[in-house]
Design a protein around this ligand. Sequence first.
Ligand SMILES: [Mn+2]
Length: 475
Amino acid sequence: MGELGTYRAKRDPGRTPEPFGEVGGTDTNAGGRFVVQEHHARRLHYDVRLERGGVLVCWAVPKGLPEKPGTPRLAVHTEDHPLEYLDFHGDIPKGEYGGGSMTVWDSGTYETEKWSDDEVAVTLRGERVDGRFVFFRPARNDDPKDWLVTRRVDDGSTAKERSAGAVQSPRVSVGGRAMKLSNLDKELYPGAGGLGTKNAVIDYYARVADTLLPHLAGRPVTLRRFPDGIEAESFYEKNAGRNAPSWLRTVVVPTPGSSRGSSSASFVVVEELAALVYLANLAVLELHVPQWRVDAEDHPLPPDELVFDLDPGPGTGLLECAAVARRIRARLDDDGLVASVKTSGSKGMQMTASVELGPDAEASSTSEYAKRVAEALARETPGSVTAVMAKERRRGKVFVDWSQNNTAKTTVAPYSLRARAADGAPTVSTPLTWAEVEECTDATELVFSPEEVLARIAEHGDLYASALSDGAPLP
Ligand SMILES: [Mn+2]
């Protein structure tokens, strides 16, 4: 059994959000779960933690686990952590031990090949990392905590395991990009059966790619990952991560209000099928985009889209949103703007119009215009529309959220999956025809599964195409 004395001695429970669990009761020496946390402490490093003997055995790896066999990397053996640390993420206050933000970079299960006092050989099976690693204490080292970690060729230790591994973790070529998929049978939507596996998620994104990619082009995307499915913890990721493949387009963009305290992040820009598949394999279910793009030289451009997020308050739903959407459409039409409408895939709806701001326009002008529209609607029908975020004022009303036009904010992309299930299938942020919005009498008619969305594209083409057309000036 492990000990947590050193762990506790280094931390004050009144000052850090970290867990203070007991040593776990079960004997899990055979192997079990692992986590790799990205820890932005004084220096960025990756904490690799393996469940064993009721605790987590830990190494801090400054450069992260090696992607290939080759030169071993430093892996500082740190104190055992409580099992609750497996899903810990958050901000450890500055000045405290390990102060800085911590996110879960990957998690999964592992098998043990060897475990001794100076050598630990394991196979990690996560979303990002999938392979054999050996942690070892070199024969001559100045500090006994300074271990090394190396990657071994993953040949599978038995034939059975090898064939199972080949099905679960196939190497594929997508649009000319080689990648390894992992844990394809994992249930990301529990209860959805074959429709909710990671395999099904990858399949959907691959098939919707031709229609979805133009909406993502040039937009630094915020990724919402669900490594253990929609009922477990999720993570908003802005950073592409250090192990992102070199072909993946990334762009460094300032992130005001970042909880991490850094002023910029290296965002993914999704512009090819391979990128969508790569992200789906990381259990990225939701793609959120800003209302602006970067140019070919990675410079941010002014907003090119105007968005309204229609958020139904208690006692209202999609039908009330539909009524408000029609009114907004009429106003935009009067101003020469063409609106597309979609479900959010969650409770509400969103509308987008393509705009072109003049050279002297402020980036905030889309937000100001949307606010004027929202406030005008709220004045006309104060009983059913509000333009104010305050929760307590929203009962029985649709909140017309104009604030997502702020350049620091994002909205879920059309055709993105959502982390919700309806009728045993994942939901999708689905573009609608205006006839559907006008004639709908039952909100369930506006909820679509991934298969239905693909069939709608085959029938209608891209119902969100007007968002991609040449923008009109704001009045
Ligand atoms: Mn750490």
